[in-house]
Design a binder for this molecule. Structure first.
Ligand SMILES: [Zn+2]
Length: 251
């Protein structure tokens, strides 16, 4: 069995065929799917879906792309004791998309970190052109914080820093892209016990579906590629990454 630890099947892209998508996922051994909230309505829908379908779990947070007065982090608090809410996020810093509100992004991320510590929950972290800044903010809380740097896009040095901090590294569809040597090096050099597999659906579909709408069944191809790089059996990669997810998110 495989756990897709990062999807946005709560987006309207999936409204018309979600049941088909969940069926296709199960046919490709994807038995459990995390639905990641990004802002108020997205969090609400993630929790609604997790209540409706056994195989879905939700996370709640304010994505760095939605940090403004409209999206208050504390609106996630009522969800944090919900039995199917397993993490805080998606949160973090994105200086690639926007770098004129760095302080605001940092304040909002800081509040997520505080809530994660207060509620003893893992963080689902998004960084883009901002790994070092996010790392610096988490370092003072080493030993008290845990989680995943999702859709990892930095290098092997940063991956080791993330792990040393007590975090896991999320591997997505780009591992199947031809020229992604940096990500391949990470998969090669980092022990499988620190890796999670994810799709980030609807984004970043792996080969052979690159450019199409991504969906959780495609986690299968991420697992397959990791098995090829690590010269391991596909089933072992599926089993070990699922165990990692269960351990981190206390499923
Ligand atoms: Zn995401």
């Amino acid at each position: 069995m495989i756990i897709d630890t990062h999807t946005h099947v709560n987006m309207e892209e999936f409204d018309c065929d979600l049941e088909d998508i969940l069926g296709r996922a199960q046919k490709k051994d994807v038995s459990t799917i995390f639905v990641i909230g990004m802002h108020g309505p997205s969090n609400r829908k993630a929790v609604d879906l997790a209540e409706r379908y056994d195989m879905l779990y939700a996370t709640v947070g304010i994505h760095p792309g939605y940090v403004d007065e409209e999206h208050d982090v504390d609106t996630i608090i009522p969800y944090l004791k919900h039995p199917k809410v397993i993490a805080i996020g998606e949160c973090g810093l994105d200086f690639y998309w926007k770098d004129d509100n760095k302080e605001l992004q940092k304040n909002v991320f800081q509040r997520h970190i505080e809530l994660a510590i207060a509620y003893d929950m893992p963080l689902v972290i998004h960084t883009r052109s901002s790994f070092q800044e996010a790392y610096d903010m988490l370092l003072p809380y080493k030993g008290k914080v845990k989680g995943v740097f999702h859709c990892f896009s930095s290098d092997v040095v940063d991956a080791k820093k993330a792990i040393d901090l007590g975090f896991m590294v999320g591997i997505d569809g780009p591992i199947t892209f031809k020229n992604n040597t940096e990500l391949k090096e990470i998969v090669e050099k980092i022990d499988l016990s620190h890796l999670l597999v994810e799709t980030d659906s609807p984004y970043l579909a792996p080969v052979p579906y690159r450019g199409k709408r991504n969906e959780p069944s495609n986690t299968y191809y991420v697992v397959e590629k990791i098995a090829e790089i690590k010269k391991m059996d596909h089933h072992d990669v599926a089993r070990i990454t699922s165990e990692n997810a269960k351990r981190l998110f206390q499923l």
